[in-house]
Design a protein around this ligand. Structure first.
Ligand code: PXP
Length: 238
């Protein structure tokens, strides 16, 4: 039965659209907890387009469930992580021009740089997860870094348009998941998951946690945050 991590970045996106103080992502974090979230995710981007430093500090202070900080492999954000001490950091690639995280980390190419960051975070007792594509060679390199977890990117599955492509992408996720757990890695998954496509992902053998943002926030705008989280929790809890 996978855990549900709720990403609250887009509550901050709405606030930043007016550079005001509402809606407050901290309120959303509390409602997500009440709705059954098992952890809260915030992505502190280098350009601070949504989540701000203050949000990370407060979410850490106020939430009773675990905090997952998504971040780029960056000295500045690493310093903040070492100060705030989230329960988990998920390292992601980051490009300023992207709308959302596109593609997983290239652990093979940036191995030494990622290792330096992983060692610092793990040295402070933070669980580290690497966001990677369903690519077995990337998973193998992740294992060499001795991280606790990988988060397998489900975006290609979510974006697939034809039934044939959906099945191809799903098989890749299943195979990557099986490989990761066989390597002793904790298996997280996320990106592009919705109320419609999440069930099959939740059924993948060994999946530990699903991280979901956009779809839950979209539903929350219409039905309220707590209910949106509760409905997603019911879907992932088979
Ligand atoms: N996992 C990671 C690593 C992400 O970067 C994101 C997007 O911030 C998500 C999960 C959530 O994706 P979505 O908002 O599409 O549910």
């Amino acid at each position: 039965m996978p855990l549900l991590g709720v990403n609250i970045d887009h509550v901050a996106t709405i606030r930043q659209a007016r550079r005001t103080n509402e809606p407050d992502p901290i309120h959303a974090a509390v409602l997500a907890e009440i709705g059954g979230a098992d952890s809260i995710t915030v992505h502190l981007r280098e350009d601070r387009r949504h989540i701000q430093d203050r949000d990370v500090r407060l979410v850490r202070e106020i939430c009773r469930v675990g905090i997952n900080l998504e971040m780029a492999v960056s000295d500045e954000i690493t310093r903040i992580a070492l100060n705030v001490l989230p329960d988990q950091v998920t390292l992601v690639p980051e490009r300023r021009e992207e709308v959302t995280t596109e593609g997983g980390l290239d652990v093979k190419t940036h191995f030494a740089r990622i290792r330096q960051c992983v060692d610092q975070l793990q040295g402070a007792g933070i669980t580290v997860s690497l966001f990677i594509d369903p690519d077995l060679s990337q998973i193998e390199r992740a294992r060499e870094l001795k991280v606790t977890a990988v988060e397998i990117h489900t975006g290609a599955y979510a974006d697939a348009k034809t039934q044939r492509d959906i099945e191809i992408q799903y098989d890749k996720l299943r195979e990557a998941g099986q490989f990761a757990t066989a390597q002793g890695l904790r298996l997280n998954m996320g990106h592009g998951l919705t109320y419609r496509n999440v069930r099959r992902i939740a059924e993948i053998q060994g999946v530990y946690e699903l991280n979901i943002g956009h779809s839950i926030i979209s539903q929350a705008v219409l039905v309220g945050f707590e209910r949106a989280v509760r409905e997603m929790k019911q879907l992932v809890t088979l």
